[in-house]
Write a protein that binds this ligand. Structure first.
Ligand SMILES: Cc1cc2nc3c(=O)[nH]c(=O)nc-3n(C[C@H](O)[C@H](O)[C@H](O)COP(=O)(O)OP(=O)(O)OC[C@H]3O[C@@H](n4cnc5c(N)ncnc54)[C@H](O)[C@@H]3O)c2cc1C
Length: 818
């Protein structure tokens, strides 16, 4: 057995083997090893139904799936190993208008990433699926390019492709321990000997948590039971075959939560049931290969009935076999593909619930990341660091069961899932609830999305179109603009970097110049090595050798792990995690100064406390780091305070603000206001797929300040020319649906870009979107089209920041010349 390798892949399911194949394809074949404790495919892979659905609402997962389906189409020709890929297509049915809206929103994403989708009327459905009863359908969509595959054959083909390029596979070899080597790499101890390597990839399916525990990681994966039924042959299917008719596509009735396909002249029915239990919560037995569970037909019953209604022929066949196996899940149902946190060179491709579909793309991106240092597509949707340490075992059980039962629900853009909530609450949570807050959850934190006032029901109203909360946020925006609003941003990620090396490190880490004066604030971006934007930080200089960093709450683990990776390891920089210790209340609006003046002795005038500066002051009786910045474009302060003072601060503000019309506002109002200011957000407008110049962040990039992470690549990218530019769009003739992001932008029917986000701007009274377009269309005045829920709308490129373009409100210099 080899004792040295560049990479050891653990796990010989389709996911691990695909990673091996892609590493070998990148030229590392002689140096990559895969170890599997049983046979290849003896985990989840052998019993998968082999469906390859391209449909996915996530931009990252969509790209991953698309790559896989393309790859699998050519594998047999490449390796000589048949993979049983049947490109029969796949139909998704819609039984209501919201479902059709979901399909329209999905189709726009699909269009921007180059996936073929056709819309169907009931007559088309009948033509494609003659055995389908079309009663109660409002339409459907068809993917002509996907279908299903034989998972074991696919894995063998990938293994063959990897071996042909020099890769080594050890079967019946179990990893017992993984330890950090003094060289910085890893020592992987197996029952057949040790392998020292630079990188480890964990692709261990249902064993993910056990593998993670070997290196101290709590991996957010717990499987759920998943069943499918194989039936006896049906005469009608036999007849169709005898007549030489083509196999019908995979049929999905999303509203009944099941799929159906042909199999040996019979059917396979796969439901996603409510109440399917988490399994292997403490990990499977090491010898659980090929394990299946007792079937639970009672749980399947509603779906069987729904399928019988839709396809009466299904009612006429006997059940041959029920497969009930463990399917790996994460809290949001998407896999985790990428680097682990807190340790170096440990990679995860785990939590795959559509692993046959995702394996190709997951292996491709992992190999890019490991060999080239960066992925080539935006992987935020599958990033392992999108969860935090709140994802404990109990949380995972509840959330993963929920994610499983939600596979086929309508994926509303404003959906908030209920399981395991509330979990992380700011101290003022109950106070906000009493004021009508309707909460959402981010990174485990409860945050008010909006406030139900004036007799409105204190509940959410999800839709692809404007819904009940639209009027609530109109009121919140109006009050914040006319008076003063209060927003809880306690969920922000916060940390401090200090020590003699802090300034030098930070300066080399971010593209902007650091604030020079004590109390100065800068908006700074950490790029990736290729010149795309990885992270965004608001940085306050606290001392000559100390900086306070604030970034998006949802990205805490990602941003902080990125800092840790890039930080010097010589002790010259100290990282202090502050997220849980510090709360943030934002006061914003023209009366915010008047409000705070009632509670502090500090001089808050423009001269004494200018925009983009911070001071430690006392508000009420609470010590506060007051930062004169906000994300809504009004005069205002973020009050960062030790968490134990929050309720004192909250009460003091509310009491002092009652005659100033102080009212709370939520994240959705903030989001509407940020579009009016063209403020970008990481994960949408800011991404590693776009250079920082494409995101039009020029004023935050200081190439002349000296070297910084990604600088040379960014300069080379600019030299090569930019493919995109970020623009603000006014969308015309909108009745009830604004852009949601991932909308196709076109000119004369040709795709010229994609919207990254959008919403209604109440202060400018316009429907707005932000989007990436080819540079020749980026000039203000440029007329293009945007597709929103299947309708094309005229859109005009307008100058950035349609609301208060000169930032007079933020700077509080309204009407003055400066
Ligand atoms: C009933 C059912 C139907 C499904 N249908 C579909 C479908 O139609 N389409 C689809 O895309 N997906 C489907 N899936 C999901 C799919 O099966 C999985 O996503 C996929 O197989 C995951 O592959 P994997 O390589 O991650 O895991 P696995 O196939 O489980 O492989 C992990 C491997 O790691 C090995 N291993 C673990 N620990 C160690 C160790 N310490 N040392 C050495 N080796 C180790 C295990 O032995 C195992 O072979 C289905 C799942 C189920 C349960």
């Amino acid at each position: 057995m080899k004792t040295q390798a560049k990479v050891v892949v653990i796990g010989g399911g389709v996911v691990g083997v695909s990673a091996l194949y892609h590493l070998a394809k990148k030229g590392w074949g002689d140096d990559v090893v895969l170890v599997e404790k049983g046979e290849l495919t003896s985990g989840s892979t052998w019993h998968a139904a082999g469906l390859l659905p391209l449909f996915n609402m996530s931009y990252s997962v969509g790209q991953v799936h698309k790559y896989s389906v393309n790859l699998y189409g050519g594998l047999e020709a490449e390796t000589g190993q048949p993979v049983g890929f049947k490109r029969v297509g796949n139909l998704r049915l819609a039984m209501n208008d919201d479902r059709m809206d979901e399909y329209y929103q999905y189709a726009a994403t699909a269009r921007t990433i180059g996936i073929n989708v056709e819309f169907l009327e009931t007559a088309d459905i009948k033509r494609l699926w003659p055995l389908c009863n079309t009663d109660g359908l409002v339409g459907g969509i068809f993917h002509p390019d996907d279908g299903y595959i034989q998972p074991a054959d696919l894995t063998q083909a990938l293994a063959k492709g990897a071996r042909n390029r020099g890769a080594t596979i050890y079967r019946h070899t179990r990893v017992m321990a993984i330890e950090q080597a003094t060289s910085g790499g890893w020592v992987v101890t197996t029952d057949k000997g040790d392998i020292t390597c630079d990188h480890v990839i964990s692709a261990t399916g249902n064993y993910a948590r056990q593998t993670g525990a070997m290196v101290g990681l709590d991996i957010p994966v717990i499987p759920v039971e998943h069943q499918y039924i194989v039936t006896e042959p049906h005469p009608e299917l036999e007849k169709r075959k005898a007549e030489g008719l083509p196999e019908m596509g995979v049929l999905r009735e999303s509203d009944g939560s099941w799929y159906l396909r042909e199999e040996n002249n019979g059917f396979i029915l796969g439901p996603y049931e409510k109440g399917a239990p988490a399994c292997y919560v403490d990990g499977p037995d090491p010898r659980a290969e090929y394990e299946l569970f007792q079937e639970d037909l009672e749980r399947l019953e509603p779906h069987i009935e729904a399928a019988m209604n839709r396809v009466p022929a299904f009612a006429e066949v006997g059940i041959k076999k029920v497969y009930n196996g463990a399917i790996a899940y994460t809290p949001d149902g998407n896999p985790i593909i990428g680097p682990a946190w807190d340790v170096d060179n440990f990679w995860l491709s785990e939590g795959h619930s559509f692993g046959i579909t995702a394996a190709g793309g997951a292996g491709w991106q992992l190999a890019e990341w490991i060999v080239e240092g960066e992925p080539t597509i935006d992987m935020l949707g599958v990033e392992p660091r999108r969860f935090g340490d709140y994802a404990t075992k109990k949380y995972l059980i509840e959330k993963n069961e929920e994610a499983y039962s939600h596979v086929f629900i309508i994926h509303y853009p404003d959906e908030e899932r209920p399981a395991c909530r509330p979990l992380r609450t700011a101290p003022c949570y109950e106070r906000m609830k009493a004021l009508g807050a309707v909460f959402g959850q981010k990174f485990g934190w409860e945050r008010p999305n909006f406030f139900a006032t004036g007799g409105m029901a204190q509940q959410d109203d999800w839709s692809f179109r404007r819904s009940a909360w639209f009027e609530a946020i109109r009121k919140e925006v109006a009050n914040t603009t006319a008076n003063v609003g209060l927003l809880d941003m306690t969920a922000f990620a916060k940390c401090r970097l200090s020590g003699p090396g802090a300034e030098t490190f930070l300066d080399s880490f971010v593209a902007n110049s650091l604030p020079k004066k004590l109390g100065g604030i800068g908006l700074c971006h950490a790029l990736n090595q290729a010149g795309g934007i990885h992270s965004e930080f608001t940085i306050r200089r606290e001392a000559n050798d100390a900086f306070y960093l604030v970034s998006a709450g949802a990205l805490q683990r990602l941003d902080h792990d990125y800092i840790r990776r890039c930080m010097p390891r010589d002790g010259s920089v100290e990282f202090t995690q502050l997220t849980g210790a510090i709360g943030v209340l934002v006061v914003a609006g023209p009366k915010s100064r008047q409000l705070l003046e009632r509670l502090t002795d500090a001089d808050l005038s423009n001269g004494a406390f200018p925009w983009l500066t911070a001071q430690d002051i006392v508000v009420g009786a609470a010590p506060v780091n007051a930062m004169r910045v906000n994300y809504v474009g009004e005069l205002g302060w973020e009050l960062h305070h030790r968490i134990e003072y929050q309720n004192h601060l909250f009460d003091a503000l509310m009491a002092a603000g009652s005659d100033l019309e102080l009212q709370p506002f939520g994240i959705r109002a903030m989001d509407s206001m940020r579009f009016e200011k063209s403020y970008r957000m990481v994960g949408t407008e800011l991404s590693i797929e776009y250079s920082a110049y494409e995101s039009a962040m020029d004023r935050f990039i200081k190439p002349d300040k000296g070297d910084f992470l990604g600088r040379d690549a960014l300069m080379a990218w600019r030299e090569r020319g930019l493919d995109n530019l970020l623009v603000t769009l006014e969308v015309h003739d909108v009745a009830d649906a604004d852009a949601l992001g991932n909308n196709a932008l076109t000119r004369n029917g040709e795709i010229i870009g994609r919207a990254t986000g959008g919403g209604f701007g109440f202060r400018v009274d316009k429907s707005l979107a932000l989007g990436m377009v080819r540079p020749e269309f980026a000039e203000p005045g440029s007329e293009i089209e945007i597709e929103i829920l299947g309708q094309n709308h005229r859109a005009t490129v307008i100058p950035d920041s349609p609301f208060d373009p000169r930032n007079e409100r933020l700077r509080d210099v309204i009407g003055t010349r400066d």
